[in-house]
Design a protein around this ligand. Structure first.
Ligand code: BGC
Length: 466
């Protein structure tokens, strides 16, 4: 067999979750409510009225879950901290029991040889801060830095990798522009402000980390490459707007200290002029970029499409996941190459990548056959490998997700886990994808040579790189 696939020697293999999606017990032991607690209790927001009250009960079962991680051979576990579990009002008094939970989780991981990768904010803002304007209030940069300092003081002796934010685009776009996620606002004027304050908060936390931290810190963005639906200049322009709004709006200020030139074209009069010192704060050097990659979009000009006047076009020959996302592995290597070229080849971790498909029921003997998820995993790992061969500095990969969990507004109807969770009994079952991933880890990717490469059907034109 021709052994072509080999990942770099210290490539880190992990899996990811987030606090509200897996922990359950959101108000236990003195925790304060988060905006997700409020959102799920607002009628009509979440499919089937699902909530995170129990979720995967990870709060109580974390030791069993760490044992499962060990069984798969994971070298890293990416999880997030619930801000209001640790500081119930978002500012001020600390809830010792909440802090202890993360302290014990970190110790349990380390005792099992698994590196903790901590994300400080994965969408569950304390309600008490939302009541003071949340991400619309400029003071939030200081609130976030203060909270981050509490976590650095407690865990930096053992945690070697920190991410400030998870996917600021989703918070601004889905939380403040389209209202599908908490806090459920729909306001073109708010979205740029929320996005900007998220980035300022990131900058303030990185600054705080440089004073007290000893390891690495970065942030996690979700990047989705945009491909024009045709060579019509109107489609290319639309694609450029969509690309700026989703990708460059976040990465440019971080790495280049400025916003893309076409932001006013995207948001119109809703895009303000920002104080120069804000951009200096945002443009702190970071140690790595975390990239979450799921899909791409092919766009055409559509004057009615809110807010970038670009509409995604479905691809006739493509495979779509249960969340309606095209399986397009080339988009991942294109994205990695775009980041390397535009931002000077920063160290990258793929902090999330995965797919939701309907899984068959757990078969007798505890088997879950999920070939589509296995196939997705194979393709995307190959895409990463090809980007590494092209010179991109990719240092690790986290599968999304370790466990089936609360998929936000979809409730429990979409399963992303490599481990199946029975939400009635909390029983966990490793899916075939988990066994495949175990082999990937054990062979540092070489097992990918034993499965045929299945190309995506439509390879597409190069992405917009404005
Ligand atoms: C988020 C996860 C989410 C996943 C699948 C990412 O946008 O970080 O919380 O479950 O995508 O939708």
């Amino acid at each position: 067999m021709n052994k072509s696939i080999k990942f770099p020697e210290h490539f880190l293999w992990g899996a990811a979750t987030s606090a509200y999606q897996v922990e359950g017990s959101p108000l236990a032991d003195g925790a304060g409510a988060s905006i997700w607690q409020r959102f799920v209790n607002t009628p009509g927001t979440i499919r089937d009225g699902d909530t995170g009250d129990v979720a995967c009960d990870h709060y109580n079962r974390y030791k069993d879950d760490v044992a499962l991680m060990k069984r798969i051979g994971l070298q890293a576990y990416r999880f997030s901290i619930s801000w209001s579990r640790v500081i119930p009002q978002g500012r001020g008094a600390i809830n010792q029991k909440g802090l202890d939970f993360y302290d014990k989780l970190v110790d349990e991981l380390l005792a099992n040889g698994i590196a903790p990768l901590v994300t400080l904010f994965h969408w569950d803002l304390p309600v008490a801060l939302d009541d003071q304007g949340g991400w619309l209030n400029r003071d939030i940069a200081d609130w976030f830095a203060d909270y981050s300092r509490v976590m650095f003081d407690k865990l930096d002796d053992r945690v070697k990798s920190w991410a400030t934010l998870n996917e600021p685009w989703v918070v601004a776009d889905q939380g403040y522009l389209h209202g599908m996620l908490a806090p459920g606002h729909r306001n073109k004027y708010e979205a740029p402000i929320a996005a900007h304050n998220l980035l300022r908060a990131h900058g303030a936390a990185v600054k705080a980390y440089r004073e007290v931290g000893k390891h690495q810190i970065g942030l996690v963005v979700n990047l989705e490459p945009k491909y024009p639906a045709s060579s019509d200049p109107a489609d290319i322009e639309a694609c450029a707007r969509a690309h700026s709004q989703m990708n460059a709006q976040y990465c440019d200020p971080i790495f280049l200290g400025k916003y893309p030139d076409n932001m006013k074209d995207v948001y119109g009069e809703a895009w303000p002029d920002w104080p120069a010192e804000d951009l200096v704060l945002i443009n702190q050097p970071i140690d790595f970029l975390g990239i979450n990659y799921y899909t791409r979009s092919v766009n055409r000009h559509d004057p009615k499409a809110y807010v970038a006047r670009a509409t995604p076009v479905r691809q006739p020959m493509a495979t779509y996941t249960e969340t309606g996302w095209e399986v397009f592995d080339q988009g991942l290597s294109d994205t990695l190459k775009w980041v390397a070229k535009r931002y000077g080849n920063p160290p990258i971790y793929i902090t999330e990548n995965g797919s939701a498909f309907y899984d068959p029921p757990v078969a007798e003997g505890g088997k879950v056959n999920d070939p589509l998820r296995v196939n997705y995993l194979q393709k995307h790992l190959r895409a990463i490998h090809s980007a590494i061969e092209a010179g991109c500095d990719v240092r690790g990969y986290c599968a999304w997700s370790l466990l089936d969990n609360l998929e936000w507004a979809h409730g429990y109807s979409k399963r992303f886990g490599i481990i199946h969770v029975n939400f009635e009994t909390q029983e966990r079952t490793l899916k075939d994808s988990a066994y495949f991933y175990k082999e990937v880890i054990a062979t540092n990717g070489a097992v990918l040579d034993t499965v045929p490469a299945v190309p995506s059907t439509w390879r597409g034109e190069p992405m917009c790189t404005n």
